[in-house]
Ligand binder design. Sequence first.
Ligand code: E4P
Ligand code: PEP
Length: 369
Amino acid sequence: MTLTAGLADVSDPVRELDNQRTVDISPLLSPALLREEHPMTAAVAKTVATGRASTVDILDGRDDRLLVVVGPCSVHDPAAALDYAHRLAEHTAPLGDALHVVMRVYFEKPRTTLGWKGLINDPDLDGSFAVNKGLRQARQLLLDISALGLPVGCEFLDPITPQFIADTVSWGSIGARTAASQVHRQLCSALSMPVGIKNSTEGDVQVAVDATRAASAGHVFPGINADGLAALITTAGNPHCHVILRGSAAGPNHDSATVADTLGKLRAAGLPERVIIDASHGNSGKDHVRQGEVVRELARRTGSGEQGITGVMIESFLAEGRQELTLGEASELTYGQSITDACLGWESTAELLDELAAGVRTRRNQAGR
Ligand SMILES: O=C[C@H](O)[C@H](O)COP(=O)(O)O
Ligand SMILES: C=C(OP(=O)(O)O)C(=O)O
């Protein structure tokens, strides 16, 4: 066969059926290799085990503290995230009797249309998509933060990413755009940590209740094993999934009536009655100032003894607000400020955490009378 004849084969009608829109397929490191390069330590394992167990105790009502998931909307600069983690760990150590603090360390961003999809997908913030580098940076940061004794929480978006990092994660989340996805519900059924599932962007809470129920059952589905090979995964189901009320484009849903209604939906589905309130997103209209008002209201409501709210999510970073990322110009960014949703700044976050802790202590004192 001549070379020309060989090239002519490329236009073979059978071959033309496949890979017509795939531009490139390149090597991805395996989960086992990443875990060997960035190994779990005894200190991190203790943080993760305690972080998960405390969350489960709070969700099941054996621990009257509030779960607080707080941190940046997304991590784009691991050094700034670690700087934030140091401040958070130091500030919240004396609040540990009232709050179980988990740092939001989100590497995967689900976009409404298009945009930067997070540190794992594009760690150099320039459209070069150095995913192997992103996975290495993500895993190392999760280990570094957990080594401070601060448990970490991640949103899981890509169904194979958890194999690379999930052993380091104390709390997981499924976002508003994927709560209805069977793929993500199956994934939740396999995850070893408690997972919060959001109401839809349109405000449908039932979809999160349904997801919680689906995730509590066992499933069999295709995935990858530790070596990155295709595998059939059989799961036992996750009994520690819970609903997160995040509001919607139509407005907030953190009010007492919606909380009570959601608890009723959970009861009707035979599920534990517990919710987390996300103070950001639809509950704040993505306005960080309003987010502070929501957290303050939740602190007041906790202090007055309202039941059912087991946790609060807060988007917070070193500098308040947000900034626009221009791909390839990461050096122009303000240190410690979000490049996705607007966040509360560190100073106001610290004050709000104090108020949440005060609310829990008041509730405890009143219950003890
Ligand atoms: O929390 C993050 C964002 O709200 C989510 O990723 C959607 O962002 P977008 O609407 O800017 O794409
Ligand atoms: C993407 C997020 O939220 P939601 O899914 O509620 O939009 C998030 O919490 O980062």
